[in-house]
Design a binder for this molecule. Sequence first.
Ligand SMILES: Nc1ncnc2c1ncn2[C@@H]1O[C@H](COP(=O)(O)OP(=O)(O)OP(=O)(O)O)[C@@H](O)[C@H]1O
Length: 301
Amino acid sequence: MEVTFQQVVRQYGKTEALSGLTLNLDGDKIIGILGRNGAGKSTALQIAAGHLKPSGGKVSIFGENPFNSLFASANTLLVHEGMSFPPALRLNAILGEMERAYPSFDKKLARSLLEHFGIPDNAFHIQLSKGMKNTFNMVAGIAARTPLTMFDEPLNGMDAGVRSDLLQVLLKDYIARPRMILLSGHQLEGMEDLFEEVVILHQGRLLHHGNADEFKEGFARISGPASEVRRAASKVQVLELHETLPGMAEAIIMVQPGTTLFMNEGSGLKSTSVSLGDAYVAMTRKKGGIDRVYADATDSR
Ligand SMILES: Nc1ncnc2c1ncn2[C@@H]1O[C@H](COP(=O)(O)OP(=O)(O)OP(=O)(O)O)[C@@H](O)[C@H]1O
């Protein structure tokens, strides 16, 4: 399984959603596709699924251009909130259609999962609540078992119980039948533990691609008395530093692989790990952050 983007550009009028994205993914893995709002994640996934044509560059999925490719459409599935199904079909009939479209679709698994989540299979898709729609879509995506399955913000609107059950079943099914799964999202709780690799997009380009654990290990959060945090931070690359309580501060810093943070005993400093979500947000935050925006906006009054 190989997905490659070479210098891919995608324009929407004057907006450039992808500005020369180059990325190589291969192997059966669960890969997190992360990035701030507007970074180009959905556009990249829609291009990989063959739903959108790039304005420039080359994309290949299983060695083929996915756009208008029957082979690619039978072997890839993009699950997203805007998925639409024929309004006259009940859920059970939609599952029947998916079974015909995807050779590895497991209808029995899909029906059992719908029953578990209390979604009647004689309902129409349009009648479902937002969380139920996304649950149905994700169930269909898991049961399709396409060699490349992509989920774009799949967990929106779901309650915590449904989220954790779906992620558990996704992991179980992936272990039983490995395939390439791309997962994008902002609410990463529960999801980030599944990622073997992470791809971080920023302003339509690739900012980082690598092993998820190694990426996380490249960051640390130090907190404690503000003067001590500033002293420790002066020796390393700091992504973010702000006051918490009066006289106290915390910073997110970059840590070189294989190095240990040296902190004076009795300094009151504490070092903790940084979640994947906090790490990529810190990495892509504008200088000064929201504190600077607020200070600048209110200074002149
Ligand atoms: N149909 C469209 N028409 C015009 N501009 C679009 C369209 N779709 C996306 N864009 C623009 O392309 C850029 C990338 O959007 P995209 O949806 O790919 O980002 P994203 O990383 O998925 O964002 P989010 O996390 O907010 O969903 C944004 O500037 C967006 O406004």
